[in-house]
Design a protein around this ligand. Sequence first.
Ligand code: 13P
Length: 257
Amino acid sequence: MRRPVVAGNWKMHGSRSANQALLTELERRVMPEWPVDIVVCPPYVYLADAVRTLEGGQIQVGAQDVCAEAGGAFTGQVSVAMLKDVGCRYVIVGHSERRRLNHEDDALVARKFTAVLQAGLTPVLCVGETLEEHEGHRAEAVVSRQLDAVIAMNGAASFAHAIIAYEPVWAIGTGRTATPQQAQGVHAYLRGRIAQQDAKIAGQLRILYGGSVKGGNAAELFRMPDVDGGLVGGASLSADEFQQICAAAALRDAVRH
Ligand code: 13P
């Protein structure tokens, strides 16, 4: 059985004091026996603090982005070696906000994925279609294109060490969640694409859903056979909501049918 993952993408939110309070509260609420990989992704400047606060506990730390280059004259950027140095274990690559606002294309996202893998950290590759693409029934074509760029550069075998997050852009921060059936359809499609090249890796690959996941809808999403957890934005800033989402992931095997 695939172990579920719940990752909180804090985006550009937080402060030293608010983060400390949130993480301390989360540590108190997350049960060590829950069979879930739990990750928080604060902004770069707070990563080292978060690692220190969470040291020895169940919650791991990830970054929201990384530079594809190893080092050098790249003002304002952060390398994967630096992320590893401060104790990050996961790195989100290709989030739709970066694709849209920072003009990241599939090739750059694939290079970031490579950099993360080579450093021995776990890339969380985000894929997903816009509202226009969704309405044009192009979701599968879009996620295939995004996935293929990574497979072309790294091979399907690289997904033995990676996570995919399906994040339909129209569901991010909108309160409009994909239905469990919509999410399942795209997740099964993505898994099938990897299975064409390697069935074993496809069977073990964790595919997360992201887009308005909340405490109230997590259980029905995670009940789907190909939904292995969530990449959570807004609700990851509330200890109460995030705890409910982690609990739903922990209990999913009990409620699956
Ligand atoms: P929301 O959960 O706020 O919709 O954000 C999803 C997301 O973009 C996580 O990366």
